[in-house]
Design a protein around this ligand. Sequence first.
Ligand SMILES: Nc1ncnc2c1ncn2[C@@H]1O[C@H](COP(=O)(O)OP(=O)(O)OP(=O)(O)O)[C@@H](O)[C@H]1O
Length: 249
Amino acid sequence: MTGAGLELRRVRKSFDDRPVLDDISLVVRPGEFVSIVGPSGAGKSTILNLLTGRLTPDGGEMLHDGVPLASGSYRFAFMPQRDALLPWLRIIDNTTLGLEVAGMKRKAARARVAPLFAEFGLDGFERHFPAQLSGGMRQRAALLRTVVQGKAVLLVDEPFGALDALTRTQMQQWLAAMWMRHRWTVLLITHDVREAALLSDRVYVLSARPARIARTIPVWLPHPRPAAGSPEVATVEAEILNTLFNPEF
Ligand SMILES: Nc1ncnc2c1ncn2[C@@H]1O[C@H](COP(=O)(O)OP(=O)(O)OP(=O)(O)O)[C@@H](O)[C@H]1O
């Protein structure tokens, strides 16, 4: 498919003459779940900062449905790593924030998010503050705030990195089920090789800085995915790890 979805073509970015992204080309087609995995400091967050318009590339092209992205045009919904909720706002107000910032009236914004509270496991917590929720619930609330914006692509930066291992596994299973139901178009940044294997249709593995795409790994496993720890998932994990630890990169 040409043109449709999100596409980066030979994108480059340096900070103070220090190249961070050397040559990044990738594609996220509508309804796909795509992950980027890479060594720490390789430039993963920089890619998302380019896509949210916070940074501009030094070279290359960024396209959505074949149209170049204008800098600062927030076409995509972004869920940052952590502390994504404002502690002084109740959960209901946190989840409507993106809509309100976009100009929607509070009442209309609440009407849009309220029916989703049950699906996101937050029923009855509308008037709680973030500190009164578990880490997993906070991340579900942050994701709810992201998806209700109805943007074409969800950019998700390391959403479960701060959670304990058990909660993280539960959240990955929950996100996989939610994605199957909604078929959001997702670009996920993660350090978690298992998470990438369990959720993604395709994994881009970055080289160390200055980053290029070391390898593109299509994940052909059916949805719903076999359980974490199954041989099929372990094979994909091994493929990603082998690329990450390959000295050529
Ligand atoms: N605005 C900026 N100004 C200067 N340097 C920056 C800026 N943003 C990122 N960098 C540098 O670019 C490099 C890549 O950073 P980035 O946060 O994109 O990496 P990452 O792969 O997301 O890292 P991690 O996995 O540790 O979160 C780092 O060396 C960082 O210090």
